[in-house]
Design a protein around this ligand. Structure first.
Ligand code: SAM
Length: 332
């Protein structure tokens, strides 16, 4: 039985109204187990329930010891929470195009990067970035096992990418967050929770987005997601991006049976309505001017002060190589 922080309960009661009881009850259930198969490894999906919004996503009825399964180590599938697989539905926006540049800015351990690697159109490349050095090993291992050669791994601050203005067609920011959507899976997230932490996360998310914003081309797409429920880190930040950085929200096509909760800022997954964890995702298109519309009164503090020009240079020098490799092993 999990015991929720008092102020979190109040926040969720305000957000959900009469749905609160169903939500609280869902948090007492065991989380569903789901995996996403690699499109290119011929590991035919087993006879298992499909994740409705992800062609290669399947629910398992039990949780095996994944690390004992050779197929996991061969990159035949990735163990991933089902709501996060909704990312796939954004691919409709780039269907029919070729040779796009993708940036996954907060990528470790690689769940969404491996997914993007499967969803990229032919001749595209993915830059998969992780700022925390100790997390890059898992990212590297997972992407290597997944096996798409058009993938580059970088270890940079978000603001380093600003030195590549207008370079990327699609940017994914799966932002570090307060993790409210994972409380039943990850009790540590619950122990760390406080209103102050939510505020801290929301501010950090705005710094991350604005730090890398220049690297997104005009009319390029930003996918912003979190695994948390509060408005500060989700809707309020989307509104902030549209007003301060200059973007419009693009609604991802949905089917009613999925039970996804949509508002003018994005799409929410609640565990009492969809079979998965709490998740928020919004798709934005950068305005043509791409200018800071309402610059902040004071500039955001630097993300990680200790890293500087040296890493900026290493990031920039990787990209021409990646470009030369575009076209090899392209996806469709
Ligand atoms: N996208 C990943 C996946 O699907 O496997 C999960 C990403 S996790 C939600 C957020 C990531 O942001 C973490 O890997 C974390 O190390 C990274 N991060 C933390 N602080 C950051 C910062 N200030 N700037 C950029 N990334 C940060």
């Amino acid at each position: 039985m999990i015991s929720l922080p008092g102020n979190f309960k109040i926040q969720m009661q305000n957000l959900l109204g009469e749905d609160w009881n169903d939500f609280a009850e869902a948090l007492q259930q065991a989380p569903p187990v789901s995996i996403r198969y690699n499109r290119h490894k011929n590991a035919a999906p087993q006879d298992a329930e499909e994740v409705a919004w992800c062609a290669m996503g399947r629910y398992l009825t039990t949780r095996p010891v994944f690390t004992l399964d050779p197929l996991l180590h061969a990159g035949a599938y990735y163990v991933q929470e089902a709501s996060s697989m909704f990312l796939e539905q954004a691919a409709v926006l780039w269907r029919g195009q070729t040779g796009l540049r993708f940036l996954d800015l907060c990528a470790a351990p690689g769940g969404k990067s491996t997914h993007l690697a499967d969803l990229m159109p032919a001749g595209s490349m993915l830059v998969s970035n992780e700022v925390i050095r100790t997390r890059t090993a898992a990212l590297s291992e997972n992407l290597t096992k997944w096996g798409n050669p058009n993938t580059v791994i970088t270890h940079n601050d978000p603001e380093d990418f600003a030195s590549l203005p207008g370079f990327f067609d699609v940017m994914l920011i799966d932002a570090p967050c307060s993790g409210e959507g994972l409380f039943r899976k990850d009790p540590a997230a619950m122990e760390e929770w406080s209103e102050a932490h939510v505020k801290f996360c929301a501010e950090r998310q705005r710094r991350i987005v604005s730090g890398a914003w220049d690297a997104l081309k005009e009319e390029g797409l930003l996918l912003y997601s979190t695994c948390t429920c509060n408005r500060e880190e989700n809707e309020n930040n989307i509104r902030w991006i549209t007003q301060h950085l200059g973007a419009e929200v693009v609604h991802i096509p949905l089917q009613p049976a999925w039970n996804v909760t949509t508002n003018e800022y994005g799409h929410r997954f609640f565990p009492h309505k969809t079979k998965g964890e709490g998740f928020f995702i919004s798709l934005l298109r950068k305005n043509k001017t791409g200018k800071l519309l309402f610059p902040m009164s004071s500039p955001p503090p630097p993300l990680l002060k200790e890293r500087g020009a040296e890493r900026r240079a290493s990031c920039a020098s990787l990209l021409p190589l990646a470009q030369r490799e575009r076209g090899l092993g392209g996806e469709d």
